[in-house]
Design a protein around this ligand. Structure first.
Ligand code: NAD
Length: 259
């Protein structure tokens, strides 16, 4: 299927690795011009070069922290009129809510709620004027099935989800959609670090912890970033103009509910 987005400009946040990179690669493979960003220049440049070589697409790399006003200014200076915006940032740390002070909550809200809302605010009117826009927010399956130790994430991402549900309906008649993609467990650095931490704490090998986790997923395995990227690319395609305000799980069947 031709996704119809060749030549479109895509701003993909937090994309030197993991799910963001998966999305950037999938969009570049469809011929979009992709602006990627992350805080560490070296890794970012390596990723940009790898995507260029693999897809032949134009890839712009901006080293910045997207959760800061300066970072967002730099990203939008490099890609001032995106047709596609993929919002993403690192997830908040796990923990016990007794230990979280106001600053911890503000950092989580900044990263996983207010940054995407601000980027939407700064880009959506241009999308409306050009009569094409696709916004995808990478959230988490924990929005539907909260994970207790990820309270900061559950809270901040739920705030974004509520905001998107309200605002998405206002733009769909202009061919501008906003959807959330909810990852379950994917093979990324973040998951590797989490498995490592659990293994050390419980004195069990990483392989064993991984096997236990995989057993709990109907697909019997973790997802690959490329699979996540393919779902993102479809939501960004011309074919997805009738899909908006949705929370789309990509989790190998892990969430057991109907809704
Ligand atoms: P990852 O650690 O593999 O990659 C994160 C990417 O974001 C890296 O490129 C990193 O450099 C970049 N990044 C982080 N903070 C940034 C910032 N402030 N500014 C710019 N770039 C930044 O993580 P991932 O597994 O791809 O996760 C991406 C998001 O999805 C996170 O919010 C995570 O909590 C969420 N998530 C992931 C999973 C999973 O299974 N991997 C599951 C549920 C939710």
């Amino acid at each position: 299927m031709d996704l119809g987005i060749a030549g479109r400009r895509a701003l993909v946040c937090a994309s030197s690795k993991g799910l963001g990179r998966g999305c950037a690669e999938a969009l570049a493979a469809e011929g979009a011009e992709v602006t990627i960003l992350a805080r560490t220049r070296e890794t970012l440049e390596e990723t940009a070069e790898a995507i260029r070589t693999k897809t032949g697409a134009r890839v712009i790399a901006v080293a910045c922290d997207i959760t800061t006003p300066e970072g967002r200014t730099a990203a939008l200076a490099a890609c001032p009129e995106p047709d596609i915006l993929v919002n993403n940032a690192g997830g908040p740390p796990p923990g016990d809510f007794h230990d979280w002070e106001r600053d911890d909550w503000i950092a989580a809200l900044d990263g996983n709620m207010l940054t995407p809302i601000e980027l939407i605010r700064q880009t959506i009117d241009g999308m409306v004027a050009r009569r094409f826009g696709r916004i995808v927010n990478i959230t988490s399956s924990s929005v539907k099935a909260p994970i207790e130790v990820l309270g900061l994430s559950n809270g901040a991402r739920s705030g974004l989800t509520g905001f998107v549900a309200g605002v998405a309906r206002r733009y769909v008649s202009h061919n501008v959609t906003i959807n959330n993609l909810l990852p379950g467990s994917f093979d990324t650095d973040r998951i590797a670090k989490m498995l490592d931490a659990v293994a050390k704490k419980s004195n069990v090998s990483v392989d064993e912890i991984r096997a236990q986790r995989e057993k709990g997923i109907p697909a019997g395995r973790f997802g690959q970033p490329a699979e996540f990227g393919a779902a993102c690319a479809f939501l960004c395609s011309t074919h997805a103009s009738y899909i908006t305000g949705q929370n789309w799980l990509v989790d190998g069947g892990a969430y057991p509910g109907t809704y």
